[in-house]
Design a protein around this ligand. Structure first.
Ligand SMILES: Cc1cc2nc3c(=O)[nH]c(=O)nc-3n(C[C@H](O)[C@H](O)[C@H](O)COP(=O)(O)O)c2cc1C
Ligand code: SF4
Length: 575
């Protein structure tokens, strides 16, 4: 099995759903037989990914972002009222469905939603009113105001990577002149560490893969970018895609891979056309395909596979499962992808930014890169800054910049807290604003979310906890059950029904989920609660009931349905 993108199961399901607005039993059978896959696999995949539906969706299918930076559910409610529909439902006439999605990567564009898969941003009550009118009039999306769909890069600070685009083919020409060993050494001396979060040495990863046994090898660009508050890969793929392709081809030359994949998050499907066009241009000029740069045996091509709304597919082994047309459940590791990845073959998985940086290093030399940053975190980091500040957007800084400097430069005032690295990262208060963005201090895959003093921080923590409960893939019990228990605990505390006993329960559950989960999602899911209790205990205290215990389950309320069914509401029908 080595599916061409046009025949990939996710693409077949997407194409079907676009046309029919849901995936029926019959469609599952047809797709399974056409792709020669087991029916059970196609059904499981359809149900795993949140962008596929088993019941018909409306002709206008809206998903409001639930992110604290690009979401505003009061606007969802306003639209529901205008259209006479409840959130989570499809209207009886089949015109419209309204639902929710986790962060859609539009955090620098204000409140946003996906409509039939396209991001629509800068929502406010006026725009919601116009959207309702356009939907009721059944106006085709092509006739909606184009500026609603125009997505800007918002680059406010450019450094090594964003200053000027790389010349196409430049890194490959250096490899041709100096050799693959020398190129790998440059990357090693640059001390480039992965930008996807974990910070593993890129040269080491490529070397392991190069040395692993196997006839074929693969390069995968991880463009899943699902961590709430992160949108820097969106910008790289919009305006610097060629540098990313260059990095992939460079990696292929070094590890001897013939095929590469970009795993693009479903929320960025709108980028597919421009990315395909950029790949076609590279093929035309001999930078992809057979005999690249005229070098006999240097054959490499890149295909794009588009995900379907599953945060877990950013985890590299889940991503590989998804590429292999399966549910995105993380694998047991070891073996690691460098020895047994895509199709069981040695595979490098790198973040978008890592690949672009590798290309720059080979062109400009390791000193160009090592000269910036700290001694444990070389080079620059591209940050996605969002939340309560005057200038949300992209900021590329040398590692070592302090939180306070970033806050000053993006125009943040009265900052109560900053979430570094998204919900799976660290929540810090002003006492830590003199700390640095660096692997050895505050590490981030790119998300930098700002909350000023007007925000209810407990609700922010609640939102992040809901996010993990929603995105848990369900494969292992500690995370599947534990993230829901954490969510229930936060529901109770935030609604003012929590007691000191509930906080103890939250702490114990958080420790268990973190210690016993199978993959990084579960390990980091309790971070918002852990940091909240550590740095902002007074917020929890203030919301507590001062009694020993409040039952989690209201038995009397749970009997309400039975009372209605039996038309009873007398004293005997209550506890
Ligand atoms: C739940 C989860 C989600 C992740 N999401 C992403 C992602 O969206 N993009 C990414 O590059 N890495 C993500 N990672 C990290 C990847 O597993 C992997 O470490 C990374 O792609 C390696 O690339 P790098 O070495 O260039 O950082 C995620 C990890 C976990 C546990
Ligand atoms: S920790 Fe969560 S996301 Fe990871 S495998 Fe277990 S259930 Fe799935």
């Amino acid at each position: 099995m080595n599916p061409k993108p046009s025949e990939h199961l996710l693409h077949a399901l997407h194409a079907h759903q676009q046309q029919h607005r849901f995936v029926s039993d019959q469609a599952i059978c047809d797709i399974a037989s056409r792709l020669n896959l087991p029916r059970a696999q196609v059904e499981a995949v359809t149900e795993f990914y949140s962008f596929f539906h088993r019941n018909p969706r409306g002709r206008f299918d809206l998903l409001f972002s639930t992110c604290t930076s690009c979401g505003d559910l009061s606007l969802q409610q306003a639209l529901c009222e205008k259209l006479g529909i409840n959130a989570g439902e499809t209207r009886g006439d089949g015109l419209v469905s309204i639902g929710e999605a986790s962060c859609i990567g539009m955090c620098d564009h204000g409140a946003s939603l996906l409509i039939n898969g396209l991001p629509l941003h800068s929502l406010d009550s006026e725009r919601i009113g116009k959207i309702a009118e356009l939907i009721e009039a059944e106006t085709a999306l092509e006739a909606w105001p184009a500026e609603w769909f125009k997505i800007d890069d918002h680059i406010h600070r450019a450094d090594l990577l964003l200053q000027e685009p790389l010349e196409s083919g430049a890194a490959l020409r250096v490899v041709e002149a100096e050799g693959a060993d020398a190129a790998l050494e440059k990357i090693r001396f640059s001390d480039l560490r992965g930008r996807g979060g974990a910070g593993f040495s890129t040269a080491q990863k490529w070397q392991f893969c190069r040395e692993a046994e196997g006839e074929s090898r693969y390069v995968i660009c991880n463009a899943d970018e699902g961590e709430p508050g992160t949108f820097k890969d969106r910008v790289l793929l919009t305006s610097y895609a060629d540098a990313v392709f260059e990095g992939m081809a460079l990696c292929a030359r070094i590890i001897n891979a013939k095929q590469g994949y970009i795993y693009l998050r479903g929320e960025y499907r709108y980028l597919l056309e421009s990315l395909e066009a950029a790949l076609a241009t590279r093929r035309e000029v001999g930078l992809l395909g057979s005999s690249i740069l005229g070098i006999d045996g240097f054959d490499f091509d890149i295909a794009i596979v588009v995900g379907a709304g599953a945060y877990i597919c950013g985890e590299e082994s889940a991503l590989i499962e998804s590429l292999e047309e399966k549910c995105g459940n993380p694998r047991i590791r070891p073996p690691f992808p460098v020895t047994s990845g895509y199709m069981g073959k040695p595979t490098v998985v790198n973040n978008v930014e890592t690949l672009a940086a590798a290309a720059g290093i080979v062109i400009h030399g390791e000193r160009w890169f090592r000269g910036a940053g700290t001694w444990q975190s070389r080079g620059t980091k591209i940050l996605s800054v969002s939340g309560d500040c005057a200038k949300p957007g992209i900021y590329e800084y040398p590692f070592g910049i302090t939180i306070q400097d970033i806050l000053n430069q993006c125009g943040a005032e009265n900052t109560q807290a900053v979430q570094i690295g998204g919900p799976s990262g660290s929540l810090i208060g002003p006492s830590k604003f003199d700390h640095h963005i660096a692997f050895e201090d505050l590490a981030t895959g790119g998300s930098f979310m700002i909350f000023d003093s007007s925000r209810d921080l407990l609700e922010i923590i609640h939102n992040f906890t809901n996010f993990f409960a929603h995105e848990s893939c369900g494969f292992c019990t500690p995370c599947r059950v534990g993230t829901t228990l954490l969510k229930n605990g936060m529901d109770k505390v935030c609604s003012g029904h929590g007691t000191a006993h509930d906080l103890d329960e939250l702490k114990a559950t958080a420790a268990l989920v973190s210690r016993r989960s199978h993959c990084g999602l579960g390990v980091t899911a309790p971070n918002p609660i852990r940091d909240g209790l550590k740095h902002f205990p007074e917020l929890f205290e203030a919301r507590l009931l001062h009694q020993e215990m409040e039952p989690e389950f209201n038995l009397d309320a749970s009997l309400e349905e039975a009372r209605q069914l039996t038309h009873r509401d007398d004293a005997e029908a209550h506890l």
